[in-house]
Design a protein around this ligand. Structure first.
Ligand code: ADP
Ligand code: ZN
Length: 614
């Protein structure tokens, strides 16, 4: 075909209205949050910057206008796995979608380009570098473009955590296709990144849509670390048996060890870190996507591109370095909006390690202050006696009056005590022994243990020797941990990890300030309350039917080589368990059952439901 030829339009059914598309194609009943406002704005030709938390429903903000405006919607996405999952999900819903990336076989690539040229596509996902190709741009010049969606738009910013130089080239869109609406979407909220997106992509005239960053379905919990692995295993088996989850560890070695430990206990756990053979790593990632109930034990190398909606828990065995990182990592749980857990085991060693790292960082003063602030916030979150969600949202600039009712501290308030005297004793012990011993040793001195080490150092002769017998060693460790977390004690970074007093400890020592400390493991609430409130969506429902429906879904997914949630999301299966539809009319009424999915999968699920009713 010569350039400039009239392009034959093969089929041009009338374009649907957004709400009709939502109902027919996705089978959803209504829009969420800002979706409707964004869609209306883009339908009218406007540019938009969309900031929504993970799981907020960003995809529909561009998918629906792409379907409802004439032409193809071009989506720029940084990761192949993300593109492929989106395309699989759209295809299952009957949308003409495809993707272009470097890993595609040549034949498939050529076919997609042909479909683009014949105007057969509603949505085309491309990697950013594609827009640097003049050949591809020439092809776009003659296509009709409904919109450009720049997904994970924070990749354009150096401030962000996933900087991709190719995103800078996207400025070409504004110059070359000035009349086509552009949407930039991200879950990264901070101001510097946001301003950078606007500047780099020329979106100063774009309307900004900012949703709340709360993730109400995630239950936050911090446990005092004792035997971390055993605690993790208990958590998984009592609350998330059979669920998919992610366990984050700091080091590769620990990843391997924890994965082996969980696997040995019968959990379907796999390791993931940058040191694994790439083929093994990919195979594990694939199993996580395609199978049900895989627990990935990973370093933070396992990160962006995990858009599996039914990750039911994210557990941390080590502390992240900032609340930003923590929020992002835990945000991978419960994208589907169903109950999910963020579980963190935290102890004295974590506090010490982080303070030590900070001392070693060697950053310029301004940078060091910033890092210190971030670290203080992370430790403050761990030691909080106030609603965890309030602490998190406060940190991100969203103020909440009331507790959330869905975190460990709201469900079972922490017991606290006036720890002024204990803190003074602990600080004195550090001071009198020369500010070079760690917490374990100082606890020995306080409880008056006649160990050889204490004796050799002559510390059994000090006035503070044995003045802390009202608490046990473990309780003293908890006191030291909190003093470190609050910045009253700091950790000698270079040497042996000895604790020394900071400026901030003076008012306390002089008796000018009182200090409340929390008692670990003594929630005032009834015991077992958290167990009853476990964060599992299928809780209390017919487990047998749920398992049968999941098996049906897995079989269909396997046959098509797609992740199970592409067939139906958990939310839709749960509706099936609750409503037990027997006819296709009943089934069609459930959220997530669109016209095309009803046709393709309806009978298979109805067969399971009817057999169950019989
Ligand atoms: P994000 O990209 O913001 O992380 P997604 O677009 O993946 O979020 O949406 C999160 C989940 O919510 C998906 O499972 C999606 O199908 C579902 N969802 C989005 N909008 C709606 C809606 N209006 N009604 C029901 N479910 C929705
Ligand atoms: Zn709370």
């Amino acid at each position: 075909m010569e350039r400039g030829d009239a392009v034959p339009v093969i089929s041009a059914p009338p374009l649907p209205e957004p709400l009709a598309a939502l109902r027919q194609v996705w089978g959803y009943h209504g829009f969420r949050h800002e979706q409707q406002a964004v869609i209306e704005h883009v339908m009218a030709g406007g540019d938009a910057l969309v900031l929504m938390p993970t799981g907020g429903g960003k995809s529909l903000c561009y998918q629906i206008p792409a379907l409802c405006r004439a032409g193809v919607g071009l989506v720029i996405s940084p990761l192949i796995a993300l593109m492929e999952d989106q395309v699989a999900a759209l295809t299952a819903a009957g949308v003409a979608a495809a993707c272009l990336h470097s890993a595609l076989p040549a034949g498939e690539m050529a076919q997609t380009l042909r479909r683009l040229d014949r105007r057969e596509l509603d949505l085309l996902y491309v990697a950013p570098e594609r827009l640097a190709s003049e050949r591809f741009l020439a092809l776009l010049d003659r296509a009709q473009i409904a919109l450009f969606a720049i997904d994970e738009a924070h990749c354009v910013s150096q401030w962000g955590h996933d900087f991709r130089p190719d995103y800078r080239g996207l400025a070409v869109l504004e110059r070359r296709y000035a009349h086509v609406p552009r949407l930039a979407l991200t879950a990264t909220a901070d101001g510097a990144t946001r301003r950078d997106i606007v500047a780099q992509l020329g979106l100063s005239a774009a309307r900004q849509f900012v949703a709340s960053f709360d993730r109400p379905n995630i239950r936050y919990r911090v446990v005092a670390k004792k035997e971390a692995r055993r605690q993790l295993l208990d958590f998984i088996t009592t609350e998330h048996g059979g669920d998919a989850g992610i366990v984050y560890c700091l080091s590769r070695r620990k990843v391997e060890e924890v994965a082996a430990f969980l696997a040995g206990a019968g959990i379907n756990a796999l390791p993931y870190h940058a040191g694994l053979d790439p083929a093994v790593r990919q195979a594990h990632q694939r199993r996580f996507r395609i199978e049900e109930g895989v627990v990935m034990v990973a370093t933070i190398a396992f990160g962006m591109g995990i858009d599996k909606p039914n990750v039911r828990f994210v557990a941390h065995l080590d502390l992240p370095k900032s609340l930003e990182a923590y929020y992002q990592e835990t945000g991978r749980a419960g994208r589907d909006g169903l109950p999910a857990s963020a579980w963190l085991a935290y102890g004295l060693k974590d506090a010490v390690l982080l303070r030590q790292l900070m001392g070693q960082s060697g950053a310029a003063p301004e940078q060091a202050r910033l890092e210190r602030h971030k670290l203080d916030a992370m430790l403050g979150y761990c030691e909080s006696v106030r609603c965890r969600r309030q602490v998190l949202l406060d940190y991100f600039g969203e103020h909440r009056e009331a507790g959330c009712g869905n975190c460990d501290l709201c469900l079972a308030p922490a017991a606290s005590f006036d720890g002024t005297e204990a803190a003074q004793k602990a600080l004195s012990a550090a001071y009198r022994t020369g500010q070079r011993y760690g917490a374990a040793y100082l606890a020995e001195v306080l409880v008056g243990r006649q160990s050889e080490r204490v004796h050799r150092a002559g510390h059994d002769a000090l006035s503070i020797f044995g003045i802390g017998q009202e608490l046990q060693s473990a309780e003293w460790l908890s006191v030291f941990r909190q003093l470190i977390a609050f910045g009253l004690l700091d950790v000698d970074a270079a040497g042996t990890g000895g604790l020394f007093l900071t400026e901030a400890s003076r008012p306390l020592l002089r008796g000018e300030q009182r200090l409340n400390l929390r008692r670990d493991d003594q929630p005032t609430g009834r015991k077992g309350r958290q167990g009853a409130n476990r964060a599992a969506p299928a809780q209390g429902l017919d487990r047998l039917l749920w398992d049968r429906l999941r098996a049906c879904r897995l079989a269909l997914a396997r046959a098509q080589g797609v992740p199970p949630y592409v067939i139906f999301h958990d939310a839709t299966l749960l509706e099936m368990v609750a409503a037990r539809p027997q006819t296709s009319g009943d089934l069609a009424r459930l959220s997530g059952v669109g016209v095309r999915k009803l046709e393709r999968y309806g009978e298979a699920f109805l067969a399971v439901l009817r057999a169950d009713a019989a």
